[in-house]
Design a protein around this ligand. Structure first.
Ligand code: FE2
Ligand code: FE2
Length: 305
């Protein structure tokens, strides 16, 4: 089984809250200077391609909006016991707010606008918006960030138009930083819970999170299917490629960050053709090393994404 080997591995690289805070503060200094180059209009291959592009970036907009809201709400709670972690959450939320502004501008450039959410997406975000437990919110957000950065990376590899590439480069680069940042948030929240409520409550919370992890894992693979109907004409990522990439990154993340104690669904992964060696080795796009590579906005090369 995949998880049987987990205990033997050394702890993944970690950084203290102070490091994340200093890095986020440095990132904020230059953030608003960065602009999209929207000088060349897009010549669409078809109306369907344009519609799909608008749907793709509308989905991105909703993810940013949700990330911003949850991060700022959590900051208000965390403030009571860890002001530095709360500031990290606030600065992280601000980055998502900046993405939301860029996407609003970009959608207008595409000839579209922010549209009301569909039934399924709306229900999903409403349920997520009602979540109260901090670990539930952060785990859900972490998994959203993981599939977000995976989708952007795959779309960037296929994108040709300079403006689309510049939008996707910003999103890919920043979400690569946000995934390990959210791992840090989750680790800190679990440590806080352990200190507050003791081992028994922590084990119960872990069991609940394990169930949520598997539920979201399957739901997000389902979302890859649903998004193909709306966005395939634009992003050109076939379902088998997208779903395998989601499964790989969602599994690799928690195999790598094994101290969080969340085990990927090994039967599903085996059915999808993954071998444990393949998931445990190779570059993880979601590690602290990846965050360090993406931390300095000015140094990130498109080819490195
Ligand atoms: Fe974002
Ligand atoms: Fe993000």
């Amino acid at each position: 089984m995949i998880e049987r080997l987990v205990g033997r591995r050394p702890a993944p690289a970690q950084r203290p809250t102070r490091w994340w805070l200093d890095t986020l503060r440095r990132r904020r200094e230059r953030m608003y200077e960065e602009k999209l180059d929207l000088s060349t209009p897009i010549v669409w291959e078809s109306e369907a391609e344009q519609r799909a592009a608008i749907a793709f970036f509308n989905a991105a907009f909703r993810a940013e909006e949700s990330g911003l809201k949850q991060a700022h709400e959590l900051a208000g709670v965390v403030e009571r016991w860890d002001p530095e972690l709360a500031e990290c959450l606030r600065l992280y939320g601000d980055e998502e707010g900046w993405h939301r502004e860029l996407l609003t501008e970009f959608l207008a450039y595409l000839g579209g606008q922010v549209k009301p959410m569909g039934k399924v997406t709306g229900t999903f975000y409403r349920l997520y918006g009602r979540a109260e437990r901090m670990d539930t919110i952060v785990l859900t957000n972490l998994m959203f960030e993981t599939i977000g950065s995976t989708t952007y990376r795959l779309a960037l590899r296929r994108a040709r138009h300079p403006a689309v590439r510049s939008m996707l480069t910003i999103l890919t680069r920043d979400e690569s930083f946000h995934v390990p940042l959210n791992v840090h948030f989750l680790r800190e929240l679990l440590a806080h819970e352990r200190a507050q409520h003791g081992l028994a409550a922590t084990l119960l919370a872990k069991g609940r999170l394990q169930g949520l992890y598997h539920l979201l894992f399957v739901s997000l693979l389902g979302s890859a299917w649903a998004s193909r109907r709306r966005a395939l004409e634009f992003d050109k990522i076939p379902f088998p490629v997208l779903s395998k990439a989601y499964a790989e990154q969602l599994a690799r993340l928690f195999l790598h960050e094994h101290d969080l104690g969340l085990r990927p669904p090994s039967v599903l992964l085996a059915a999808m053709g993954f071998e444990r060696k393949q998931l445990r080795t190779g570059d993880s796009a979601v590690s602290v090393e990846a965050a360090e590579a993406a931390a300095d906005r000015t140094q990130v090369q498109v080819t490195a994404l």
